[in-house]
Design a protein around this ligand. Sequence first.
Ligand code: ADP
Ligand code: NA
Length: 322
Amino acid sequence: MKRVFSGVRPTGRLHLGNYLGAVKNYVALQDDYECIYCVVDIHALTTLEETDALKENIYEMMLDLLASGLDPKKCILFVQSQVPEINELFTLFGMITPLSWLLRVPTFKEKVRMHPDNVNYGLVGYPVLQAADISLYKADLVPVGVDQLPHLELTREIVRRFNEKFGDTFPEAQARLTNFPTVVGLDGKDKMSKSLNNHIELALSEEETAKKVMSAVTDPARQYKTDPGHPDICNVYKLHNYFSPQAVAQIADDCRNARIGCVQCKRALAEAINVYLRPIRAKRSKLAENPDEIYRIMADGAERAGAIARETIDEVRRKMNL
Ligand code: ADP
Ligand code: NA
């Protein structure tokens, strides 16, 4: 059976970008593939100044993933650092990855721009760690958002190089995108993201969600309700496409003809998002009543992932003559 691997960083709670761009596919693939999903805490360290909130964030992320529909009976769900074999494959992959490949990665350049005073050795190695994650579990498919495609290309290059040098060992993993692979930010920026604070967390209350949505920017050329709007350049409209499939054609028409204003349009979006998230939020509250069960799921996941990881590491050591 084909294997699926993906990971999400515990840098805060899951937002709609993560959910629609990636996690929805984590859930969808569970029935047909052997799926391995990981809260990648070591990846999070590449940009963290301190680790005080790390344990809490891992726990919250587990709640989010389980509430979103991951089922430990159908997939392996674990925390990256709890399977230490990852560190060995990361080190070994580091020996076959040219630095020039890493320096040209767009997300690296972006992070250097955003945090020029925290460009550590681990940060430039981020895609190597990712390649090691995917390869440790010999994954064929990786559900991710569009922003991760350059990393996956690099994973394939590293794997190809390993296979050429040491013999066929790892599959060249392919990305699996959702039908909504890039979720725009509430501020109109092309990516919803925690670091831009233009996101909506799954775990927000309905009131908080409405407040966030009401703060969204819309068509900047539209000042008054009587001005005709341009849905094609409006991020609220883009989100309606997903959350209001029945109403979206009418909304576009009403906007173009100035029959609805942005406030009304945003109110409708907030309501649609809240309706959509209601079952996920209810499940999350229920899960949060029993933290021991969450820790049990983590431990069980680490044990099952660890068994696969040790097999791969044994094979790698044999092939590399270690
Ligand atoms: P973040 O980008 O919020 O820090 P991660 O880097 O941990 O979160 O990404 C987790 C997954 O969510 C990745 O597969 C990524 O591609 C996806 N993702 C994140 N933001 C978006 C977005 N705005 N649109 C689509 N997918 C996204
Ligand atoms: Na990302």
